[in-house]
Design a protein around this ligand. Sequence first.
Ligand SMILES: [Mg+2]
Length: 290
Amino acid sequence: MTALAGRRFVLGSYRRILFDVDGTLLLGNKLMPGAVEFVRACRAAGLDLCFGSNVSFLTGPMLASRLSEAGIDARDRECVTGVEVLAGELRRVAGAAPIAVVAPREVVALLAALGVASREFGELRASSSILSEVAVAGFAAGVSDELVAVVGDCIGSGTTVYVNNLDPGMVTDTGVIPGSAATLGRLMERANSRPTVVVTGKPSPLFAAVAEAVFTNSGPTLVVGDSLNSDVGLANGAGWDSLLIGGQDEIWARGAPAPTFMAGNLAAQVVAGSVMTERSVMTERSVMTE
Ligand SMILES: [Mg+2]
C-alpha cells in the first residue's frame, strides 16, 4: 500500500517553479485547464520561473514563443529545452569535432545552429570504425532505417550514446509521438554490443544544472509536470518537491519516483493567497511502502 499524508500545498512556500510544458501546460497547441491561471498566480507571488521541456525541435526562445502564442507568459531566458542541453554536453565532450547524429533533419540543423557539427551520412557509410560518440534526438519517424543501420553497425562497447530523453514520446492532443527512446531502441537492435547511454534531458542532473542557472533566486523549488520518470525523477534527483499533473491512476511500479503532490490538472487549484485546495485529488505522497 502507498502511504498518503495530508500536507497542504502552499504555492507561496516555494521560491522557484520549474514547469514541464507538454501534457502539463499545453496539449499540442491547446492550453491545459488552469495553465494560464496557475502561471499567472506564480508570477503574482513573485516566484522565479523556468519552463523546461525535453523537446528536440525547439530552442528556448522558440519554446517561449510557442508558450506566448498559446497565452502563457514565458520569457526567452526562462525556457530550457532538451536539444540545448544535449548540444551543450556534446560541445563539452567533443568540442568542434563532428558527431554521428541520429535525428530528423530539422534537429540536425538545430544542433548545427547550437554549435554541434554532424558527420555526413556518406562518410559514416564509408567508415566501419567504432564511433566514440553518437547523439540521438527528435521524433523517431524522422529517422531513416538506413541511418539507423549505418550508425548501429558502428556502435560498440566503447561508444557513448547521448540521448535527449527516454520518454515514451511527446504528449499531444492526438496521442503520443515516439521520440528519441524509440530511435535508441532501433539502434540497440542493430548494435553488436552495448554502448554507454547518457541521458541529457530530464531527469538528468545535466538538465537540472541548466535549469538551476535559469533561476535567479535560491530557495524551495517545485517541479510541475506530467511525467513520473522525467519530471518527478528530475525533482527527486535535485532535492526539489514535485507536483504530478494528470491524475494518473497508473500502478506505481516498485522503485518508481514518488511525487510530493498530485493533481488531476491545474484548474481550480489556485485560491486566494496562492494556496491550493485539498479538495482536489491533491495529496502528499510520502515514501512508498508495501
Ligand atoms: Mg510532459
